[in-house]
Design a binder for this molecule. Structure first.
Ligand code: C2E
Ligand code: CA
Ligand code: CA
Ligand code: CA
Length: 278
């Protein structure tokens, strides 16, 4: 047992070293990724549960790495948060999402909303509001078609967050609380923050058909949100049963693999965008 323990230790340290090396080279690559235009946005459609209508997309970043292939955000967002690159990456995301959305509208597509994820660091950046205002002005996108997704962590800096959100709201954009119910914050902010949507995290949606507690939580979130005049988006919906459950309890919007994975812009155009009818 002793020698096994020792072996395990050796394995552990070499793995650790490997992880560190990997992170080091990934970090160097990440610094170049912006200039080399290696980031792309994929878009996942969201549908109105009552009408079946497409209401918009969530923009989700991917990194087309020169040798490792297409990397999911799980592979690099934490690293980008650690070394501060996240602000620059996040600005690219806002800019790209707004430009793309405006391009679609200019081409005569039925207008839809695009939601972008804001990292905590980016949210706390002093000139976030100014930046978004500039992007909206430059792209000429009508602000109602931009949604920012923030997490409950951002409610920790209560007064600061409230003032940022009020400024964002004044620009005319929509605000969504992402991963609702998974953070550590109190529910206080729900009564003060100018929020439009609550997104039920997929960890709750996952088990609604099998776990009574998850079902109860989801129902309670929907009731709570509706009583506060907020709309509810369920993410991670993978089955018809889950969709029917959510419809039955009047969840407003659905997003998930049941309808579609996040897709590149070109595929979105082919599969989901409709020409405006007039
Ligand atoms: P999130 O904001 O909670 O996004 C939902 C994640 O669930 C996405 O993973 C999406 O592809 C995935 N998903 C959607 N439908 C289903 C489903 O039916 N089943 C399952 N199992 N998963 C589903 P993705 O794209 O890998 O993104 C992971 C996380 O990375 C996001 O979680 C978000 O926190 C972060 N992220 C993505 N794009 C950005 C970005 O541009 N900026 C920042 N700061 N974070 C981002
Ligand atoms: Ca999100
Ligand atoms: Ca998230
Ligand atoms: Ca989530």
């Amino acid at each position: 047992a002793k020698s096994q323990g020792k072996n395990r230790y050796v394995v552990y340290t070499s793995e650790l070293l490997e992880d560190m090396m990997e992170e080091y080279s990934l970090e160097a690559d990440l610094r170049k990724a912006m200039d080399h235009e290696e980031f792309v946005l994929h878009y996942q459609p969201q549908f109105n549960n009552a009408t079946g209508e497409l209401i918009g997309f969530e923009a989700l970043i991917r990194w087309q790495h020169p040798t490792l292939g297409l990397l999911s955000p799980a592979k690099f967002i934490k690293l980008a948060e650690k070394n501060g690159l996240i602000t620059q990456i996040g600005e690219w995301v806002i800019n790209e999402a707004c430009s793309q959305n405006k391009k679609w509208q200019d081409a005569g597509m039925e207008p839809v909303k695009i939601a972008v994820n804001l990292s905590t660091q980016q949210f706390l950046t002093r000139d976030l509001v100014k930046f978004i205002e500039r992007v909206l002005k430059r792209t000429e996108l009508d602000p109602q078609y931009l949604v920012v997704e923030i997490t409950e962590y951002m409610a920790m800096e209560y007064d600061y967050s409230l003032s940022v959100l009020e400024q964002l709201k004044a620009l005319g954009i929509c605000i969504s609380i992402d991963d609702f119910g998974t953070g550590y914050s109190s529910l206080n902010y729900l009564k003060d923050f100018p929020i439009d949507y609550i997104k039920i995290d997929k960890s709750f949606v996952n088990e609604i058909m099998n776990d009574h507690n998850d079902a109860v939580i989801v129902k309670a979130i929907i009731t709570l949100a509706h009583n506060l005049n907020l709309q509810v988006i369920a993410e991670g919906v993978e089955t018809a049963d889950q969709l029917n459950f959510l419809k039955e309890y009047l969840c407003d919007v659905t997003q998930g693999y049941f309808f579609s994975k996040p897709l590149p812009a070109q595929e979105i155009e082919q599969k989901y965008l409709a020409w405006q009818s007039n």
